[in-house]
Design a binder for this molecule. Structure first.
Ligand code: ZN
Length: 503
C-alpha cells in the first residue's frame, strides 16, 4: 500500500470518530438543556454506550498498525506539512488512549462518580475529612495514569502537557510567579484608591424576556453565527453540541443580576465563535479542532473581558442597553456603570472573581496541585495551605472549607493540570491584544463605533482558522512574535484599571 493510501485510511477512521463525537455532543447538549428529569438513567446508558464505542475506535489496533507503517515508511517525508501534522495529532491521542490500561480508566470513572457525590456532601457539611480519602485515592490514581503515559517524566508535567501540549512546571512557575507578584501589586494600588464602586447600581430587576432580547443583540454584535448555533438555558453555562455548522451556547438568567448572563453569553460566545470559524477546509481532520484548552479560554475571555467589559464597547452599547432594558436603567451614569461591571474585589469564590483577582485563584490551585502530585504536601494539609495562601494572595480569611478548598468540582474527576489553562488564556489573550494594537491601531475606534466585526475577522484569521495546525505556544509565537509572556497581561490590566480607579 502506498503511504497516501495508508494516510487516507487513518483519515477515514478519524472521520468516523468525529461523526460519533458529533452524535455524543448532541446527546450531551440535550442532557444539559432539554432532557426530561425522568430520563436520567436511560440517558446514562446512551452516553456510556457512545463512550464505549469512542474508546474502541480510539484504541483500534488497526489504527496503531497504520500509524507505525506511516511513521516507519521511507516515504514519510513525502507527506505534506498538514498531512504530517494530522498524523502527529492522531498519534498523540492514540498513545494517550492506549497507554492507559482500561482498568485504570474504569477505576477513574467509578472513583470520580463516588468522589463527586461525597464532595457534594462534604461541601454541604463543611467536612473536609469526609472528602479526604477519595481525593487521596484520586491523586494516587492520577499519578499512576501519568506514569503509564510517560514513566520518564515528572507526573505533574505529564498531566500539564495533557491539558496544554508543550507546557510544563518550569514554564508555569516562571509565568505564574511574575503574574502573582504583578497582580498583588495592582490589587494593593486599587485597594488604596479613593474611587468608590457601587456594584448594587446594576442589580435592578430585569425580567428574563428582556434579558433574552439583550442577549440577541449582544450575540449579533460580537458575531456569533446564529444560523449555525443556538442559545439555550443550562444550569452551568457551556459551549457544546455537534460542532462545525452546529455550535451551541448556553447561559442562565438571574433577574437581579443581568450582568451575570450578559458576560457569560459574551464568554460562551467567544468559545462558540472559535469553533464556528475554524477553517472549513480542515473539517474531519485532526487539524480541524481547536488548538488547546488555554487557546479556547483566550478567545472566550477576549470577547468577555477585553472587548465586552471595555469602555469603548459600552460607548456604543450603553444607549442600546438603556433602550433594551425598557427604562429600568434610564438614570444610570456611564462611568459608574463601567466601574460596576469592572469592580475589583477579592472574593473567596473563584467563579465570582473579577478579571484581576481571578488569576490569583488559579495560581493558588496550581501551586497546591503541583506540590500535591510531587508529594510536597499531603491531602490532609490542603485546607491549611489553601487558607494561608488565600490570606497571603487575596487578603481574605477563609472560615469554612466549603468556601475554601471544597469549592471546586475539578479535583473529584482527577483533572489536575486543568486549572492553569484558565490563566494561560488570559496571558495569550493579552498578547493577541498587543499584536492587534500594532496591526490595527484604530481598533478601539472601531469598537466605539460598534464595529466588533473587524476585530472578530482579525481573530478568525489569526487564531480560529488555524485550528490545530500548531501547538499553543507556537501559535502564540506566530501571532505575537514571542512565546507566552506575562508582561502584556500585566500591562493591559495596569492600564485598564489605572484609568478606572484613577491610580
Ligand atoms: Zn470558558
Amino acid at each position: 500500500m502506498s503511504i497516501q493510501e495508508l494516510y487516507d485510511q487513518v483519515l477515514e477512521m478519524y472521520r468516523e470518530k468525529t461523526v460519533l463525537n458529533q452524535v455524543a455532543g448532541l446527546v450531551g447538549w440535550d442532557y444539559e438543556t432539554m432532557m426530561p428529569n425522568k430520563a436520567v438513567e436511560q440517558r446514562g446508558g446512551m452516553m456510556a454506550f457512545l463512550s464505549k464505542l469512542e474508546h474502541q475506535m480510539s484504541t483500534d489496533p488497526k489504527l496503531g498498525e497504520l500509524l507505525d507503517s506511516i511513521e516507519g515508511s521511507d516515504d514519510y517525508s513525502g507527506l505534506s506539512d498538514i498531512e504530517r501534522r494530522n498524523i502527529l495529532l492522531v498519534r498523540r491521542t492514540y498513545d494517550k488512549s492506549t497507554k492507559i490500561p482500561v482498568e485504570l480508566v474504569v477505576e477513574r470513572s467509578k472513583l470520580s462518580a463516588t468522589a463527586i457525590d461525597v464532595w457534594q456532601k462534604a461541601k454541604e457539611n463543611n467536612d473536609w475529612k469526609l472528602f479526604e480519602p477519595y481525593l487521596e485515592k484520586m491523586v494516587a490514581l492520577m499519578k499512576k495514569t501519568a506514569h503509564h503515559l510517560d514513566a520518564e517524566k515528572d507526573p505533574y508535567n505529564v498531566l500539564l502537557d495533557f491539558f496544554e501540549p508543550g507546557m510544563d512546571m518550569d514554564q508555569y512557575d516562571t509565568l505564574f510567579a511574575e503574574l502573582r507578584d504583578g497582580t498583588i501589586d495592582l490589587i494593593n494600588k486599587i485597594n488604596n484608591s479613593s474611587v468608590e464602586v457601587n456594584r448594587d447600581l446594576i442589580s435592578k430587576k430585569v425580567s428574563t424576556p428582556i434579558q433574552e432580547k439583550l442577549m440577541d443583540e449582544l450575540i449579533s454584535v460580537i458575531g456569533y453565527d446564529m444560523n449555525g448555533g443556538r442559545l439555550d438555558v443550562a444550569a452551568h453555562p457551556f459551549t457544546g453540541g455537534p460542532g462545525y455548522d452546529d455550535v451551541r451556547i448556553t447561559t442562565r438568567y438571574d433577574e437581579y443580576d443581568f450582568a451575570s448572563s450578559f458576560f457569560s453569553v459574551a464568554h460562551e460566545g467567544g468559545h462558540g465563535i472559535y469553533e464556528q470559524f475554524v477553517s472549513p477546509d480542515y473539517r474531519y481532520q485532526p487539524i480541524g479542532e481547536a488548538c488547546s484548552m488555554g487557546m479556547h479560554e483566550s478567545q472566550s475571555r477576549f470577547f468577555e473581558n477585553i472587548i465586552c467589559r471595555s469602555p469603548g464597547f459600552w460607548k456604543f452599547f450603553f444607549p442600546k442597553f438603556k433602550e433594551s432594558t425598557a427604562g429600568i436603567y434610564d438614570d444610570l451614569d456611564f462611568d459608574k456603570f463601567l466601574r460596576a461591571i469592572n469592580v475589583v474585589r477579592s472574593s473567596k469564590i473563584r467563579v465570582e472573581a473579577d478579571e484581576v483577582t481571578y488569576n490569583l485563584h488559579i495560581i493558588l490551585r496550581y501551586e497546591i496541585e503541583r506540590d500535591l502530585i510531587n508529594d510536597r504536601i499531603k491531602v490532609s494539609e490542603i485546607p491549611e495551605v489553601w487558607n494561608r495562601m488565600t490570606k497571603e494572595y487575596l487578603g481574605i480569611d477563609i472560615e469554612s472549607d466549603s468556601e475554601g478548598a471544597l469549592q471546586d468540582i475539578h479535583w473529584c474527576d482527577g483533572a489536575f493540570g486543568y486549572f492553569p489553562t484558565y490563566s494561560l488564556g488570559n496571558i495569550y489573550g493579552a498578547q493577541f491584544l498587543n499584536t492587534l494594537e500594532k496591526e490595527m491601531p484604530d481598533w478601539e475606534d472601531k469598537v466605539k463605533n460598534g464595529d466588533i466585526k473587524s476585530i472578530r475577522l482579525w481573530l478568525n484569521e489569526k487564531v480560529h482558522h488555524e485550528g490545530n495546525l500548531y501547538d499553543p505556544a507556537d501559535l502564540v509565537e506566530k501571532i505575537a512574535g514571542e512565546k507566552p509572556n506575562v508582561k502584556y497581561l500585566l500591562n493591559y490590566l495596569n492600564n485598564k484599571y489605572s484609568s478606572l480607579y484613577k491610580l
